[in-house]
Ligand binder design. Structure first.
Ligand code: NAD
Ligand code: USQ
Length: 383
């Protein structure tokens, strides 16, 4: 299969592009490299030293003999996107290429607008190129579990059957996102669903939970293939941040009471979920939604697990309950379904002591690169 990976220089996209290439697919990466630019603007760096994308791809070719084509540009530029796709002729597009940090989107008006225009317009351009030039192409789009928020009822996979005043229908599940970033994903979902309905496009929206870990079979092959691992208060996510905080002796930053519960998954499962979605495409006109996570944890659970794993390695780990910079429920019901990817054959890597151990050791290896000034959260929702 010819697969275009948009956002293939990022955390999930890089691991996925290599995995798909390793599995024998013809892969191209399209990326504007804007994430590297945002890091530079915020004066932050990933824990790991990531090589320029061209060196990464050269190393992959040298190691495996497999070529991954590269298109550098912005999907908000329609002519660029169209020409890259006409050159590559994809059977499927995996779309990771968005601004994906909730705190970044809440810095100020400018960052909220940047997030929503980058994400919504880029995705809309993609829908138009597919409609006009590749009507059979399967779109696999990264959404987020955060589209649903934290309702006091079970969360279904995309749709819910409702009985109202004696009538019954299956409708899109209600959305209660918690940041301008998460809202951008809701807007994308609506646009994709509409495009499937009016143009007969085929799409899979993967409502992914929080990804953790850094090594996959492919990114672990060579130092030049190393993936990014964010730990700063803007782009770093809960479990990855906690492991790096433990490694440098910083108290774990639990926001508020820590009862916030989320779906999580290992990055080795991200790459596999994408492949499973690609191998069984959505039907023409179908807007398919999968909840892509393997386990539910509260933030406090995650901190406790990292504390225990740290102690096993002889590291003393403290947990600190900080004033919550976000506006969110800190104690709530959360029960989300996630059976569709399991039905397609996903065999999850559940969070284990050995994974925590290896992630902590990984963090220790690179801990000299940590800038302590960027650990505490600085962006407030109510600022
Ligand atoms: P990332 O920031 O590491 O990677 C995103 C990549 O997309 C970057 O390389 C960036 O340069 C590129 N990009 C952004 N806007 C672009 C544009 N307009 N044109 C071309 N390229 C563009 O993010 P990630 O963690 O790999 O996340 C990838 C996707 O998965 C995102 O859509 C995100 O919302 C979703 N997701 C991530 C997580 C997570 O925990 N990391 C969880 C759930 C969902
Ligand atoms: N949190 C802490 N301490 C921290 C960091 C986060 O307590 O140091 C809490 C947050 O308040 C929140 C939860 O942990 O309640 C998750 O925060 P996060 O930063 O790990 O994740 P989030 O902002 O939700 O965003 C991340 C990715 C995003 C993806 C989303 C999936 O950046 O791209 O869409 O996870 S989900 O959470 O399921 O919506």
């Amino acid at each position: 299969m010819r697969v275009l990976v948009i956002g293939g220089d990022g955390y999930c996209g890089w691991a996925t592009a290599l995995h798909l290439s390793n599995r024998g697919h013809d892969v191209a990466i399209l990326d504007s490299l804007v994430r590297r630019h945002w890091d530079a603007e915020l004066c932050i760096e990933t824990l790991t030293p990531i090589a320029p994308i061209q060196y990464r791809l050269q190393r992959w070719r040298d190691l495996t003999g497999k070529t991954i084509d590269l298109f550098i540009g912005d999907i908000c530029n329609y002519e660029f996107l169209k020409s890259a796709m006409l050159t590559f002729q994809p059977d499927a597009v995996v779309h990771f290429g968005e601004q994906r940090s909730a705190p970044f989107s809440m810095i100020d008006r400018e960052h909220a607008v940047l997030t929503q225009s980058n994400n919504v317009i880029g995705n809309l351009n993609l829908l138009y190129v597919i409609h006009e030039h590749f009507p059979e192409c399967h779109l696999v789009k990264l959404g987020t579990m955060g589209e649903y928020g934290t309702p006091n009822i079970d969360i279904e996979e995309g749709y819910i059957t409702i009985e109202h005043n004696g009538r019954k229908d299956t409708l899109p599940y209600p959305k209660q996102p918690g940041s301008f970033y998460h809202l951008s994903k809701v807007h994308d979902s609506h646009n994709i669903q509409f495009a499937c309905r009016i143009w007969g496009l085929r799409a899979t929206d993967l409502n992914q939970g929080i990804v953790y870990g850094v090594l996959t079979e492919e990114t672990g092959m060579d130092e030049l293939l190393i993936n990014r691992l964010d730990y700063d208060g803007v782009f770093g996510t809960a479990l990855n941040r906690f492991c790096i905080q433990a490694a440098v002796g910083h108290p774990l930053t639990v926001y508020g009471k820590g009862g916030q519960t989320r779906g999580l998954l290992d990055i080795r499962d991200t790459v596999r979920c994408i492949e499973l979605a690609l191998l069984t495409p959505a039907a023409a006109g179908e807007f398919r939604v999968f909840n892509q996570f393997t386990e539910l944890f509260s933030v406090a659970d995650l901190a406790d697990k990292v504390k225990e794993a740290g102690q096993a390695l002889g590291i003393k780990v403290e947990v600190s309950n900080l004033e919550n910079p976000r506006v969110e429920k800190e104690e709530h019901y959360f029960n989300a379904k996630n059976t569709k990817l399991l039905d397609l054959g996903l065999q999850p890597h559940y969070l284990s002591d050995s994974l925590l151990d290896s992630l902590l050791n990984f963090a220790i290896k690179y801990k000299q690169r940590v800038d302590h000034n960027h650990i505490l959260p600085k962006v407030k929702w109510r600022a």
